[in-house]
Design a protein around this ligand. Structure first.
Ligand code: HEM
Length: 471
């Protein structure tokens, strides 16, 4: 073989491919272990999609505290222990806004430039209005709203527990944060609203990822909800003309949005609607579910309520900040329910390479953390699978701190701005329900659905509650 033949194009191509192959292998050695399957682009999308929560935990056991999952063209790098979580929460090279912008576009049609321009201003507003200094402004109205709904529910009955809590939460939240009586006027409209919101909520996770033409029903419900906001937007804006009427959260938000553009006000309405309803109602479901299936805890909770409000069950009681402080066990039960039913994942976008343990996570990856699994690590939460409200004794709740490694509300710069509102709503709701009614579950508490990763998981099946007014 002559020397010239050695440099033939074929030989150069083969040699080049070998060098590239070795280069990428070397590069990947520095990256976290990658679970990529054998189908290009799809990766392990099918296995992951079937049971995502299980897949994450199995991968952790097999590959260690940091690993990358390749699915549907996305690289998701999961961190499960201190060092990775620290980077997730604090590094300047990972970003919340760019991680959620795409899902926000798919689910509420808010374009990237508008979202990025307005996000921080809106976040600061929400954080202030629903923060620890101002949260007490909501106590009176929420109590009134829940009373009104409980009156409608009547003196006794049996209902699916999920429906029961939605029936209370949706109107109470909308009337408080949006505008009193905004949607819920006639019965058919209310029913339609429930149906469309439920379809939108159930399909939210797929809707945030997949093209809309694959999700016809979901898309229809999204359009219905957007049209509802379009129709009502003038009414929502009307606060300026009503003297002495204080501005609701959404009205204050629209003032900011409309400094930039009027076009996307309904879209922001939809986004806030979902954020304010999707997690709080399932938390009330799980809290009531856990309390009613733990007789000792149920008894102590009832004794607490009776000691503060009496045993009558008929009065239209007012709940004050001081009352809430006396009923700490109820807050512990809520936080413990949230710990056990925490969101499957939260996410950030990697902007520049970040080093975690001995690996380098490349830019473009989605950095993922699972509050659900973190809360099941016995290193951080002893007996992690047991419902133990008393573990919250250790938390400095009076200083507004949760337990270490409790991550259900996310963390870092953009931690959930609605967390104090959610806790307040659920506390008031549980107090009023258990004050008014003797309650019991007629079915075993269902498992949680393992299909979704976003937000508080829903129950897998039905569970009926029987309620009778106390006499
Ligand atoms: C127990 C119920 C709730 C849970 C578990 C929850 C959880 C979360 C989580 C995990 C995040 C992402 C944070 C991060 O990635 O670091 C978030 C964001 C958010 N939450 Fe909540 N949330 C709840 C209730 C609420 C309520 C009642 C509201 C509104 C009234 C609300 C409004 C929001 C908003 C607007 C964001 C996005 C913040 C941003 O754009 O920066 N949440 N929530």
């Amino acid at each position: 073989m002559g020397i010239m033949e050695l440099f033939s194009p074929v030989a150069i191509a083969v040699l080049g491919s070998c060098v590239l192959y070795l280069f990428f292998r070397w590069k990947n050695l520095r990256g976290p272990p990658c679970i990529q399957g054998w189908i290009p682009w799809i990766g392990v999308g099918f296995e992951f999609g079937k049971a995502p929560l299980e897949f994450i935990e199995k991968s952790r056991i097999k590959y260690g505290p940091i690993f990358t999952i390749l699915a549907m063209g996305k690289r998701m790098t999961f961190v499960t222990e201190e060092e990775g979580i620290d980077v997730f929460l604090k590094s300047k090279n990972v970003d919340f806004e760019l991680a959620v912008q795409d899902p926000v576009y798919h689910t509420a049609r808010i374009p990237k430039n508008i979202f990025l321009t307005l996000h921080e201003k809106l976040y600061v507003l929400m954080k202030g209005k629903m923060g620890t200094f101002n949260i007490h402004h909501f106590t009176g109205q929420l109590t009134e709203e829940f009373h009104e709904q409980l009156e409608d529910i009547g003196t006794h009955g049996t209902m699916d527990l999920s429906k029961f809590v939605r029936r209370l939460f949706y109107p109470a939240t909308i009337n408080t944060l949006f505008k009193k009586g905004l949607f819920l006027t006639d019965e058919t409209k209310v029913k339609e609203f429930y149906q469309h919101f439920q379809t939108y909520d159930e399909g939210f996770e797929y809707g945030s990822q997949l093209p809309e033409w694959l999700l016809r029903n979901w898309s229809k419900s999204k359009r219905w909800l957007l049209a509802l906001f379009e129709k009502n937007i003038e009414e929502l804006r009307a606060h300026e003309s009503v003297a002495g009427h204080s501005v609701t959260l959404i009205q204050a938000m629209l003032d900011i949005v409309e400094m930039e553009t009027r076009r996307f006000s309904p879209n922001y309405g939809l986004m806030m609607l979902w954020a304010s309803l999707a997690n709080a109602a399932p938390v009330a479901f799980w809290t009531l579910g856990f309390v009613l299936t733990h007789p000792d805890i149920h008894k102590t909770v009832l004794e607490g309520i009776s000691s503060v409000f009496g045993t009558e069950g008929k009065d239209k009681i007012k709940v004050s900040e001081a009352d809430l402080k006396k009923l700490l066990l109820i807050k512990w039960c809520i936080l413990e329910a949230i710990r056990l039913r925490a969101p499957g994942v939260i996410t950030r976008k990697v902007l520049k390479p970040v080093k975690i343990l001995s690996h380098t996570v490349p830019p473009g990856d989605l950095l993922m953390m699972s509050p659900f699994w973190l809360h099941r690590n016995p290193k951080y939460f002893p007996e992690p699978d047991t419902f133990k409200p008393e573990r919250w004794k250790e938390a400095s709740l009076d200083k507004n701190a949760f337990l270490d490694c409790f991550m259900a509300f996310g963390g870092g710069k953009f931690q959930c701005p609605g967390r104090w509102f959610a806790l307040l709503e659920v506390q008031i709701c549980i107090i009023l329900v258990l004050y008014k009614y003797d309650c019991r579950l007629l079915d075993p508490l269902p498992k949680q659905s393992c299909l979704h990763l976003v937000g508080i998981p829903q129950p897998e099946g039905k569970c009926r509650i029987e309620y009778k007014q106390r006499t």
